[in-house]
Design a protein around this ligand. Structure first.
Ligand SMILES: [Zn+2]
Length: 144
């Protein structure tokens, strides 16, 4: 018969408490995730091209805007997989961040311009769409 049962009664509840806290934390994250689900990234259309992206030459007086439109035209498949946190999917029926650059909308929206800039930079660095989504979520989703 072993006699070293001294600490057992005290030690047992600790892992249970840790587990309970972890479960609550997971539940809280799930709840927060429900709100984020509204901002779900669209699935990029495989055949999408930049044919409807406004040519950067349309913005000769605005170098930053022209540069972002030029970048957007290079990565239509990436932008088509990104949610635009200016919420244009709701107020302007945009499908994805790419839609923002198929009109003047992106030129007047700092969110669109910033997201596309991040997407272009990360794409250049070889980042996956998933990594870009997470970076953009980190920029905007937590600020809600
Ligand atoms: Zn937008």
């Amino acid at each position: 018969m072993k006699t070293k049962t001294r600490g057992r009664g005290r030690n047992l509840p600790v892992p249970i408490l840790v587990l309970a806290v972890a479960l609550v934390a997971v539940a809280a994250l799930r709840l927060m995730g429900v709100g984020a689900a509204e901002a779900r990234h669209p699935d990029p259309r495989p055949e999408i091209t930049a044919q409807h992206v406004i040519p950067s030459e349309q913005y000769p007086a605005y170098p930053r805007i022209a540069a972002v439109y030029r970048e957007a035209a290079r990565i239509p498949q990436v932008l088509d997989g990104l949610y635009c946190y200016c919420d244009c999917s709701k107020h302007s029926a945009h499908r994805s961040l790419l839609t923002c650059f198929e009109s003047d909308h992106g030129a007047g929206c700092d969110v669109c311009l910033s997201e596309a800039t991040v997407a272009a930079e990360m794409t250049r660095e070889g980042a996956s769409l998933q990594a870009i989504r997470e970076a953009i979520d980190g920029m905007y989703a937590s600020a809600r």
